[in-house]
Design a protein around this ligand. Structure first.
Ligand SMILES: [Zn+2]
Length: 148
């Protein structure tokens, strides 16, 4: 199933909300499958739950053949090294913003089986993670534009 993606123009308030932790370990498999269908349909490489109107701390990444699901994720350590990329967002079409991020991050999260995981992410994976993680805080690529 393909969900409609919330657009900043129309759904600013929902996209600006801080997402909530997921408790009681619900089965999220169907939701996650639908999120993947949606992300691939719109040619994204990441999609967060708030972008489909769910105010919960969950996002997915799909880079090449790699699929990663992050439930209640938390960044526990950042590298000093930075990386810069032009980022787009499915909720803000046609805007690309150069954003400086940490090149390497260490994160903990639950996977779709509710197993506790810890992982090191680098380069584009780290960038996409930080982009989606921002969504859970209601932060968007717009916030990185330097207004003069
Ligand atoms: Zn986005």
């Amino acid at each position: 199933m393909i969900y409609p993606i919330l657009l900043y123009k129309k759904e600013k308030n929902k996209l600006r909300k801080r997402s909530k932790y997921i408790y009681n370990k619900p089965n999220l498999i169907e939701l996650i499958n639908n999120m993947y269908d949606t992300m691939y349909y719109y040619n994204g490489i990441g999609l967060s739950a708030p972008q489909i109107g769910l105010n919960i701390r969950l996002f997915i990444i799909g880079l090449n053949k790699l699929k990663m699901i992050f439930i209640n994720p938390k960044i526990i350590k950042y590298s000093e090294k930075k990386i810069i990329n032009k980022e787009g967002c499915l909720s803000i079409p046609n805007l690309y913003v150069p954003i400086i991020r940490n090149k390497i991050i260490y994160v903990k999260y639950y996977n779709s089986f509710w197993e506790k995981k810890k992982i090191k992410l680098k380069n584009l994976l780290s960038v996409v993670f930080q982009h989606e993680y921002d969504h859970l805080k209601g932060k968007l690529i717009l916030d990185y534009i330097n207004y003069k």
